[in-house]
Structure formats: C-alpha cells, structure tokens
Design a protein around this ligand. Structure first.
Ligand code: NCD
Length: 364
C-alpha cells in the first residue's frame, strides 16, 4: 500500500480488499464494552479541516481515538489561516509537532497532494474540492459488501450532482477496481465535460436505470459550489432526478439506497426514502469509523501486535521508515502470512480473540 491515501486510484484491488477485511475485523470492536485498542499509542494524528464537515471529521477523530492515537484537531476557522497563513507554513508547523498522519479536508482540489510533498507522515485525503474523497468510497463499498454480500458484479447507479462531487469520482474509481458496474445518472449540466473517459456508463433517465440497479447512491445537490443555474428549478430537479417513494418502488426488492450525507431532504431524496428500511445512510456513518480505523492502522503500522493475524497484515504492507523500525520484530515472512490470513474467512474468528486481548490491555 502507498504511504498516502489521496485518490481511490492509489488502491490496487488487493489494497482495497485488505482495507475492507481489516475494517470488518475492527468493526467487531464496536460491539465490545471497551471500544479501544492500544495499537497507535504514541502516534499523532492531525485532523486538518479547512472546510466545514460534521461526520467526516468526527469519524476520523473517533477512529484515531479508538486506536489510542493522540489526536490534534485543527480547523481553519479560529487558526492562523484566518490571518493568511499558507498551507505550506501550516504543514511545516505540523511537521515540527511530529504528526505521523495528517487527515486533510480542503476546498482546493489537489491540496492533499501538495501537502504530501511537504510532510514526512502519511497524508489522508478527507475530501479535496470537487476532486476525491477516497475513505467515503471505501466506507460505501464496505456498506455494500455488508448489505449485499459482495461488490464484484453489483450494478451501482450514482445519481445527481456528479459535477461537484468528489464522492462520485472516488466511488467510480474504487467500484471499478472492485468489479462493480457503475452508471452515472444526472442532467447533462451536472456531469463533468470529460465524463466519457470515466470507466462507467452515463444515463439521463433515472426511471429507466432503477429497475436494473442493486445500489442507488444519491448525491447532494451542492448549492455552495454552484455559481450558475444548472437546472431550472429545485422542483423540476426533484421531479426528474429525486428519489421518492414511487421511484424507489421501481428498484428490485433486494436493492439498497445510499447517501453520503449531508442530505437535502425533499430535493434529491424524499424523507420517507431516507428513513426507509432500504436506506443505509446511518450504517454508512457507523461503517465510516471502522473503515477509517483500518486506513489509519494500515498506513501507520501501529504497535507490535505479537504475530496476530491482523497485525501481520498491517505491518507487512505499511511502510515508512519509522514504521518499519517499530515493525522490526515481525519478519517479512510472518507479515506476508498475516496478509493472506486477513482474507481468510476464519480470520475474523481468530481476530476476535486478538481484539479482546487488546481491549483488555487498554482496560488495565
Ligand atoms: C460529502 C463531502 O463532503 O464530500 N459528504 C461527506 O463527506 N459525508 C458529500 C457532500 O458534501 O455532499
């Protein structure tokens, strides 16, 4: 796995599956009385948020804390950014504080990529402009796999404001890597000019696509990024591209409805759809914590896990100098074996034992 997670395209199929399998094991932690592991004790994770966010920031913070990392939350409001400090100067400050990972959300597409050139730690993109949001795509894939048992071969429709959506781009890339078939559904004005080069189909007709869809992912109409009229009226948009109960009834029985949040209820999604049994919106938020724990764990390597399956998996594939030094005890063979194990069906059971040992350690 790469040192940074900036684009969903950074992930090979094996990397993505390793993250999903690791998240699956870490998700067991949520069911335990003590939801904490000592794995990233002594590591520092900085959440650098230049743009408003509720769930993503809280999710990364919860993920880092559940792994016992020290978390520093930085939001541009109330910081020296308001005094005109540049991203580079902020990055140098973080370096001086010894950040092992920087989770960044920024309104400029490409900001995480620039940051990665200035810091020694791992950079995780938590959403940059209209570019990418790879951990959202990972948590979406995780949710699909949990609800429908697989991602490979699923027919996924991503509907709405694709033009302004980093979620759509990351999902198209990751879902292709994992073998799903994606169709983007939007009015022509809300599709990027170069969409024909994306590895997916395009449709302008939601009602025609729904009966052939396993997963429908609704996107928020991003009014804050719109500086022109992209559709005549909100009412007309909802009528053509919104998901209401009547449209939802066109889906096959097993299909699920997703939304990354925040939602505009009554615009792209009706309240009765958002709150229906098909909706995975709340699960997506819960799954986000497990997936982000897996990402931080795999990027930072964590502490020596004493040959546990999951430990081998993480240490074998992580890889900055500092991490390798910590990981020195696990030899490469063991690490490789761990990695294969992570994909085995019995890995979960063995991992459960490891999780309870770790939790007990935190409790002491
Ligand atoms: C998305 C984002 O910020 O890109 N939300 C999220 O991360 N949960 C989508 C959006 O803002 O519409």
């Amino acid at each position: 796995m790469n040192r940074h997670l900036i684009s969903a395209a950074d992930l090979s199929r094996d990397d993505a599956l390793l993250i999903l399998d690791t998240a699956e094991e870490l998700a067991q932690l949520a069911e335990r009385p003590i939801r904490k592991l000592p794995t990233l004790r002594g590591r520092t994770v900085v959440n650098l948020f230049y743009e408003d966010s509720t769930r993503t920031r809280i999710s990364f913070e919860a993920a880092a804390k559940r792994l016992s990392a020290d978390v520093i939350n930085f939001s541009a409001k109330g910081s020296s950014v308001a005094k005109g400090e540049s991203l580079k100067d902020t990055a140098l400050t973080l370096e001086a504080m010894g950040a092992d990972a920087v989770v960044i959300r920024h309104q400029a597409s490409g900001a995480p990529h620039r940051l990665a050139g200035w810091v020694r730690g791992s950079v995780v993109n938590a959403g940059d402009g209209t570019h990418e949001h790879p951990t959202q795509a990972l948590l979406d894939a995780f949710t699909m796999r949990r609800r429908l048992g697989r991602v490979d071969g699923l027919r996924v429709a991503i509907v709405g404001d694709v033009l302004h959506s980093r979620v759509a781009r990351s999902n198209v890339l990751l879902l292709r890597t994992l073998g799903a078939d994606v169709t983007l559904v939007a009015p022509p004005t809300l599709l990027p000019v170069a969409v024909s080069a994306w590895p997916c189909d395009v449709s302008y007709d939601l009602s025609a696509v729904l009966p052939k869809t396993d997963v429908v992912m609704m996107l928020r109409v991003q009014a804050e990024r719109m500086n022109a009229a992209y559709f005549p009226t909100v009412r007309e948009y909802s009528r053509r591209y919104g998901l209401d109960a009547a449209r939802m009834a066109m889906l096959p029985d097993h299909s699920i409805v997703m939304h990354p949040g925040p939602m505009n209820r009554g615009v792209e999604i009706a309240a009765e759809v958002a709150d229906s049994a098909r909706s995975t919106i709340v699960e997506q938020v819960a799954n986000g914590v497990s997936v982000r724990m897996a990402v931080l764990y795999l990027l930072l390597g964590g502490a020596d896990l004493g040959g546990a399956d999951l430990g081998g998996a993480g240490l074998g594939n992580a890889g900055t100098g500092a991490r390798q030094a910590d990981a020195g005890k696990a030899d490469a063979g063991e690490a490789d074996a761990g990695r294969t194990d992570a994909g085995r069906t019995d890995a979960g059971r063995e991992g459960a034992g490891w999780l309870s040992n770790e939790a007990a350690e935190v409790a002491r």
